[in-house]
Design a protein. Structure first.
Ligand SMILES: Cc1cc2nc3c(=O)[nH]c(=O)nc-3n(C[C@H](O)[C@H](O)[C@H](O)COP(=O)(O)OP(=O)(O)OC[C@H]3O[C@@H](n4cnc5c(N)ncnc54)[C@H](O)[C@@H]3O)c2cc1C
Length: 489
């Protein structure tokens, strides 16, 4: 029995859970995934936007700049990597330069600090690899690039430190409503969760979840974005985030250096029916490459280590859908959170907590949690330590002297720490430690991580999965196959 159930532990649900854990309320966060992040929060451009792109008066514009400001504070409190590198929107001609003027005015209206238009030459002084054809750029100094894997795990971990419960592999299947028309909880594949308030933070599934409450006022149009991710050896090729001039189709193809130093380019914007289709396509990647080379002509695509795609929860209105329904009472949509949703999440969380206090104080008591602990510490990042720090850590705990992931210099100690924090799959360890995100994409460390998971959790090796469900890494032992005659000698 809970006061509040949050469906979805992406950056929206996790941030709301943390904000609500500042009160004495019983919170359950449920997510169908086996590890976090899973939805759009896992596969996106990881930009903490400056706030010039959204039309003043929209819900997105209301939350983007405040969200940006909160991330600049939260990065230290939650020990999350945020590269405060700024961003540029690049113009190639007079028409695009005029558009930069509009974005500048929009940014000023939205409260985006320090935005200004600079010349193409001034941009090239900072970013020598950009196209010689760029004539002007909109500089946004407050923009940054976040490690999105860390950010989601930090938010949910902080919520859990402060009393929220997280249930993974738990699929919400329907809404429980009593005869008086009040929310009574959520049904799931693991049984019913009773609660007076249910928050729909289901991302690309949020339209379907809203329809359980009889709310068909908005529809989600899943919109895929494909990317190239390059080796970290490209670090410094560019230093920040380069946008093309936005069009009706969206913000266009960008080139950026991730918070960890990988060069990256994308995303496309392709509408599709299937909310779960995260495949990349030759056409999509060709579009990305064309856009990347327009901004950065010698974009070193030969250094590519993987491609991936994320799916946006676009709405027909193009805006976020945040409201408490009148009926059934207790149902709250924080839905259709597309870009700049990652940026906006902490501000959306503050707003949602206020909304709940205003609407539902008669059914749930929101007394402050005086013992709220704002901070959380990340797993020590061996890669970024100097030799003295590494030596000290390894002397204290010899598991930090064992390198598991060579590409990202992740130690056994970090993998053990991730398991102690709840990692149960190879992919969860990847999200928490970066083991498997490097050049060999887990070719070297995946078997080792699986062995450690098996040993620590007391689970047979052939039951360890990549990301839950049927995604087993091993299907049996070669010798057993030979004995069964399944494979000929
Ligand atoms: C290609 C792309 C680029 C983007 N770039 C940026 C950017 O640079 N900056 C920015 O600010 N924003 C960006 N965004 C937007 C940002 O990623 C999203 O706004 C944000 O991640 C949405 O978070 P969320 O928690 O609402 O949704 P999600 O992260 O999708 O989380 C929803 C969660 O709900 C769970 N769920 C769904 N249905 C159920 C169910 N029935 N039962 C249980 N669990 C369920 C899912 O497993 C998932 O974990 C981008 C998005 C995409 C796709």
């Amino acid at each position: 029995m809970y006061d509040i159930v949050i469906i979805g532990a992406g950056i929206t649900g996790s941030s709301i859970a943390r904000e609500l854990s500042k009160y004495h309320v019983k919170i359950a966060v449920i997510d169908k995934a086996s590890e976090l992040p899973a939805g759009a929060s896992r596969a996106n451009s990881s930009m903490i936007h400056g706030g010039f792109d959204d039309k003043p008066g929209t819900v997105k514009a209301k939350f983007c700049v405040p969200g940006n400001k909160l991330w600049h504070k939260l990065k230290d409190i939650l020990d999350v990597h945020l590269d405060e590198c700024g961003s540029y929107v690049c113009a190639f001609n007079d028409d695009e330069t005029k558009h930069l003027e509009e974005l500048l005015q929009q940014g000023k209206a939205n409260g985006s600090a320090g935005v200004e238009i600079i010349s193409g030459d001034a941009l090239r002084e900072k970013e020598p690899n950009v196209s010689p054809e760029i004539v002007a750029a909109l500089w946004s100094p407050e923009a940054g690039i976040i490690n999105n894997f860390e950010a989601v795990n930090a938010m949910i971990e902080s919520a859990r430190i402060n009393g929220a419960d997280l249930f993974l592999e738990t699929v919400a299947t329907g809404l429980l409503i009593d005869d008086a028309g009040n929310v009574r909880g959520v049904s799931t594949n693991k049984g019913d969760f009773t609660a007076k308030i249910v928050i729909n933070a289901g991302g690309v599934h949020s339209g379907e979840i809203a329809s359980w409450a009889g709310d068909n006022s908005f529809k989600i149009i899943p919109t895929k974005g494909e990317y190239f991710l390059l080796d970290r050896a490209t670090k410094g090729f560019i230093h920040s985030f380069l946008f093309s001039c936005p069009s009706k189709a969206g913000k266009g193809i960008t080139v950026l250096q991730t918070a960890e130093g990988n060069l990256m380019s994308g995303p496309t914007a392709t509408e599709q029916k299937d909310p779960e289709d995260r495949s990349t396509t030759p056409e999509g990647l060709a579009e990305v490459l064309k856009g990347a080379k327009r901004l950065v002509p010698n974009f070193p695509v030969n250094m590519n280590i993987t491609t991936f795609a994320g799916v946006r929860a676009n709405t027909e209105s193009g805006d976020f859908e945040i409201s408490a329904l009148k009926s059934p009472r207790g149902f709250v949509n924080v839905a259709g959170i597309k870009s700049p949703g990652f940026t906006s999440a902490p501000a959306i969380a503050e707003y949602t907590a206020d909304l709940l206090k205003e609407e539902f104080s008669d059914i749930v008591t929101f007394s402050p949690n005086e013992k709220f602990i704002p901070e959380r510490c990340n797993i020590p990042r061996f890669l970024y330590m100097d030799m003295a720090g590494r030596k000290a850590l390894a002397e204290k705990d010899s598991s930090y002297a064992q390198i598991v992931c060579r590409c990202e210099t992740v130690t056994e100690g970090q993998v053990l720490e991730a398991i102690h924090r709840g990692a149960r799959t190879v992919s969860a360890v990847k999200m928490m430690t970066r083991a498997g995100t490097g050049r060999c994409q887990g070719g070297f460390c995946c078997p080792r991580v699986a062995e450690i998971l098996s040993r620590e959790l007391g689970i047979p090796l052939d039951e360890i999965t990549r990301h839950g469900g049927e995604s087993k890494l091993l299907i049996g032992k070669t010798k057993e196959f030979l004995l069964k005659g399944a494979v000929s000698e």
